[in-house]
Design a protein around this ligand. Structure first.
Ligand SMILES: [Fe+2]
Ligand SMILES: [Fe+2]
Length: 327
């Protein structure tokens, strides 16, 4: 076993580094002088750090790839207000030298407890067709439930840690439950719930998250909106085929309304939705999804900011500084 004594979270400017890290991202770039360099993101269970390799790029490029653990020798530098590791030498570690818990992000949530909350949300649904559809995916399908308890909700942006997807789903559905009470008969509570449950469910196949998180080929070529709509199609067909499961065939218009919630949840065509929200429920799911992801993302950004003073560093994603309050 290789002992790990230096962790990303403790590194400071000008520190010498001799420690193993998990490779999250690896790409060859071209320097201004025309020389290739290696651009890496290294991680361990305490955080992430960008790294550059200026020498022997060709030697490392094919080996130092995503999901390997490398012993790194180098030095920490401050570059444009952020820490960066300049690597002098690297060596790939063998699988049996690695204690994975040193490298993998810990879940910030309790997926078992969240799944329990999800099941009680489902149990409170009124419409037998909608409830059966929710159960067929989130209760009876062991593969889906297993993946859901480990999946992050995104590669980097929001809820990007194990269990992040189920946290996002339960959080949204709680807000939708409140709004269902608030708007009363103008909206269908069961449909709102299905929007919360299913809008991002296909991220369990869109992303691979064994060690680090990345998009799968299926995720890149099809994406979680269309894959989610396909899942609904498949589950409705299975429910209809199971003798005695439903009192009547699953109504076509209800299936369309559920698919619409998934396909419209990004809100705009330029954000990847093939259709814009055209029901009240789809509109509400879109806004609450957007709100929940932003609160998680910006909250995390503010919590991790180390800039001195009352304001955060520039958040490039939102193109603004955030106010941390008087220090
Ligand atoms: Fe989404
Ligand atoms: Fe979402």
């Amino acid at each position: 076993m290789v002992q790990k004594s230096q962790f990303v979270g403790q590194l400071k400017d000008k520190d010498g580094v001799q420690a193993p890290f998990l490779v999250k991202f690896s790409q060859v770039g071209m320097g201004k002088n025309g020389k290739p360099f290696l651009n890496l993101v290294l991680m361990d269970n305490s955080g992430e750090l960008e790294a550059r390799v200026w020498e022997n790029t060709a030697k490392y490029a094919g080996q130092v790839v995503r999901d390997v653990v490398v012993m790194v020798q180098g030095k920490v530098q401050s570059y444009q207000g952020r820490l960066q590791l300049v690597v002098a030498e690297m060596q790939i570690l063998r699988e049996d030298d690695i204690t994975w818990s040193d490298y993998l992000q810990k879940s910030k949530v309790d997926p078992e407890a969240l799944h329990g909350q999800l099941l009680s949300q489902i149990a409170s649904m009124q419409d037998p067709f909608y409830r059966a559809l929710a159960e067929s995916v989130l209760k009876d399908d062991a593969e889906i439930v297993g993946l859901l308890k480990r999946a992050p909700a995104a590669k980097t942006v929001h809820h990007a840690y194990p269990g992040g997807l189920i946290e996002h789903i339960v959080s949204i559905t709680r807000v939708l439950d409140f709004l269902a009470g608030h708007y009363g008969s103008a909206v269908d509570r069961d449909l709102l719930f299905l929007g919360g449950f299913f809008h991002d469910i296909a991220k369990i196949w869109e992303l691979s998250f064994e060690k680090t998180t990345d998009y799968t080929t299926q995720g890149k070529l099809v994406g979680h909106l269309v894959m989610g709509a396909e899942l609904v199609e498949r589950k409705v067909r299975e429910l209809d085929a199971r003798e005695g499961r439903l009192a009547a065939p699953f109504p076509e218009y209800k299936k369309l309304l559920v698919k619409h919630l998934i396909l419209a949840h990004h809100g705009k065509l330029e954000y990847g939705s093939p259709v814009m929200p055209q029901t009240l429920e789809a509109l509400i799911v879109h806004y609450i999804d957007d709100l929940d992801s932003k609160v998680n993302q910006i909250g995390g950004f503010i919590a991790q900011d180390i800039s001195p003073g009352d304001w955060t560093a520039l958040n490039k994603h939102h193109n603004r500084f955030f106010y941390k309050g008087e220090s």
